[in-house]
Structure formats: C-alpha cells, structure tokens
Design a protein around this ligand. Structure first.
Ligand SMILES: *Cc1c(COP(=O)(O)O)cnc(C)c1O
Length: 398
C-alpha cells in the first residue's frame, strides 16, 4: 500500500504536504518511515515547543488516560480547574475558558467582546473589532474574517460583519478606524503566519492607550507567541502592558489539542450559564498535559530561549551578509525567526529536508523557524550549515 496515494484518494486535499511520512519523535528530532532522522526546526507550527513526546507530558497523559478520559462539563474535573489556576497565576487576575484549538480560543474572545459590548452599550451596535492586515487568527468563519488576508477570504463570502483591518505597526491607520461602533482591537504581538513581524513597543503602547481612552478591549492572540516562544513567557511582557484578553492554543498541551481564552477579572461576569460551551473543552487529558508543559517552562528555560534565539539570529545574519543577492532580511524575537528570501522558499525547504532539517516557509518567501526550546548550540550550528549549503546550491544553479 502506498500511503501517499491513499491520502490523495481518501483525505480532503487541503494541505500541500511534503513527501514525508513521520512515525516517531523525541526531543528536537523526528524520524520518517525509513528510519531517517530529522532535526525539527518547525516543531509542528510551534506546538512541540518543549520537544516531541516530552517525558513529563507523556507521563501525565499515561497517568490521566488510565484514570479518566472524559466526562462532560456538567461536572467538575481537577485538571481543568488546576490548569486555569496555573494560567491565571502566570498572567493576570481573571478567568479562563477552555476549548480545543486556537481558532476556538479566538472565537471565544470574539464572542466575549460582542457580549461585553452588548451588555454595556445595549442597542448601540458597538461590535466592530479592528484586526490587522497580514494577520492570522484561524479558519472558522469568525476567525477567518478576523484574519486580514484576502487569500483566506476568497470564496467564503459573505464574511462575518464587524471587522476592520488596520496596518500593522501603524497607529494612524488604527485611529482612522476607531468610531462609535468599535468594541475591540485584536492583534498578534508578532505576526506569525504573516512572516514573523514583531509589533513595535510604541505601537503596542499606543494601542493600549487607545483602548483605555475609548473603552475598547485589547485582545492578544498569543496562540503562536505565547508560552516562551518570543523569549518571554508571554509576548505582551515585552511591552510593559497587559491585554484584556489573551488566547492560547498550539503548544499549551505539548502536542494535544487545546485552546484557552484568558480574560481579565472585570470580564468575569460577561458569560453566564449557557452563553458558551464545548463538549471536549477543558478535558482532563489535555489539561493534565498542559499543567506539565507550564511546569517545564521555567524562568531559566525562558532565559535560555533568548540566548539561543540570539545565537541563531546571529547565524542567520551571517548567511544574509554572505548572500546579499538571495537573502533580503532576517527578523527574529526569541526562538521565532524568519529569513526573508528574494525568491520562493519551497526549494530551500525541500533541500533542507533532504539534508535532515525540517523548516517552514510562509508567505512564499519567508523561511520561518520555530525550533523547540531545547535545541543546543550544536543543533543551531548544524541548521545554519545546511541553510548555507542550500543557498550555495541555489547560487550555483543560477
Ligand atoms: C495557529 C494559529 C491560530 C489557529 O489555531 P488552530 O489551532 O489552527 O485553530 C490562530 N492564531 C495564531 C496566531 C496562530 O498561529
């Protein structure tokens, strides 16, 4: 049986996959079905951030799986409650709603904004959310609409009403959109899928000030940036401000599906009984895993992320200086990095794969690196070596 052919026959063709069947993962490495080993600098779009199959996560899953997998949210379960407490302790006083994905976490945030605004300003149609060009917030109808990229909208109209798009890092474009119908501003502190563009400190501070002045909610989508990726536990910590709502997903449960929406204390009463819900949201299994993930991400690991990120960025910068015709720019924050190419990056991704390195390319020309936090200097040196080789190969071809 040829698995790839079967996939083409039986699975919806929404993913343009690489010809690679993965069967095993451990730490910063994965193995394919032929036993070949790869250094994983993508970590499942920043999901396996503490490494594949982390022993503490696997242990918690085994233990929880043998005890209780699911009961409905009609009852209490300890892992959900303890995880909510852990998250609030590491963010700000507030409450958490659990779901199963990043899109659902954002969906919840959008519903919170609407309910809050409707409660507070009944009949005033204050429901507009200002989102940003080149953002990415998910694939459900609401989060798709929040995503400020036409390519994701095409064919799915009509979109959800009430979204406007400002230019990232351009406060005057935000000011131009604030009106009496505005309820919130929703932003990724670093554009992820959009190509790793960090927001400037002045911009985020100005957004916070606008929200305070006009009584708007500031929603941070930290689904990709959260839990250490940018060299702080949460990206908002770089800016000395606090958002009103943050959304998490991806890495939170160490490789199991989860979404979490954390809202500040004042918003606690916004959802009442029956206002929102999820069959699997907050299940014991992902919540038990997530508690271990939070436990692993210690202040010293977060410090290491900054050190390793800076070392990696320096290596990429060296490559850029060596190949000014091929490399346009290097962008980075913590272990979230991109190398912008002057040409489509897919051939580089494929070259690296052949040489045993998994990376990603987004927006056609931005090589994106989201390695697990546990990588060593030797791993970075190896990745830099392969990348350099790939550019020599491209240069020679030309
Ligand atoms: C991945 C991602 C999402 C969507 O998460 P899903 O789990 O795929 O629904 C939303 N926002 C950001 C910033 C993301 O990186």
């Amino acid at each position: 049986m040829n698995l790839v052919n079967e996939e083409k026959k039986y699975v919806y063709q929404t993913y343009r996959r690489f010809e690679l069947i993965l069967v095993k993962g451990k730490g910063q490495f994965v193995w394919d079905d032929r036993g070949k080993k790869y250094l994983d600098f993508f970590a499942g779009v920043s999901v396996c951030n503490i490494g594949h199959c982390h022993p503490r996560v696997v242990g918690a899953i085994r233990e929880q799986a043998s005890r209780l997998l699911h009961v409905s949210n009609h009852y209490y379960t300890a892992p959900q409650i303890m995880l909510a407490r852990d998250l609030v302790r590491r963010t700000f006083p507030g409450q958490v709603f659990f779901s199963n994905s990043g899109a659902e976490a954002n969906e919840c945030a959008i519903k919170l904004v609407r309910k809050w605004s409707n409660d507070r300003h009944p009949g005033q149609n204050r429901y507009e959310i200002i989102a940003f060009e080149n953002s990415f917030h998910g694939r459900t109808m609401a989060t798709l609409t929040a995503t400020g990229q036409e390519k994701f909208h095409k064919g799915f109209e009509p979109l959800l009403p009430g979204f406007r798009y400002a230019r990232y890092n351009d406060i005057s474009s935000v000011d131009a959109l604030i009106n009496k119908h505005t309820a919130a501003i929703m932003i990724e502190p670093v554009l992820g899928e959009g190509g790793v563009y960090p927001a400037s400190a002045e911009f985020i501070k100005a957004l916070r000030a606008r929200c305070d002045k006009h009584n708007l909610l500031l929603v941070f989508d930290e689904i990709q940036t959260g839990l250490g990726r940018t060299g702080r536990l949460f990206a908002y910590e770089h800016y000395g401000i606090k958002p009103d709502i943050i959304t998490l997903g991806k890495s939170l449960a160490g490789g199991l599906p989860i979404g979490a929406t954390i809202a500040k204390k004042d918003l606690a009463g916004v959802f009442g009984y029956g206002d929102h819900g999820s069959t699997f949201g907050g299940d014991p299994l992902p919540c038990a895993a997530a508690r271990e993930v939070l436990g692993v991400i210690s202040p010293s690991l977060v410090r290491d992320i900054r050190v390793r990120g800076a070392y990696f960025a320096k290596g990429l910068q060296r490559i850029k200086n060596k190949f000014p015709q091929l490399v346009k720019e290097v962008r980075s924050t913590g272990l979230m990095l991109a190398m912008e190419l002057e040409f489509p990056g897919r051939e580089i991704v494929e070259y690296c794969q052949k040489r045993g390195l998994l990376i990603n390319c987004t927006q056609n020309t931005a090589l994106r690196f989201l390695p697990p936090f546990i990588i060593t200097r030797a791993d970075i040196d190896k990745a830099i070596g392969i990348l350099e080789e790939s550019l020599i190969w491209v240069a020679l071809k030309r």
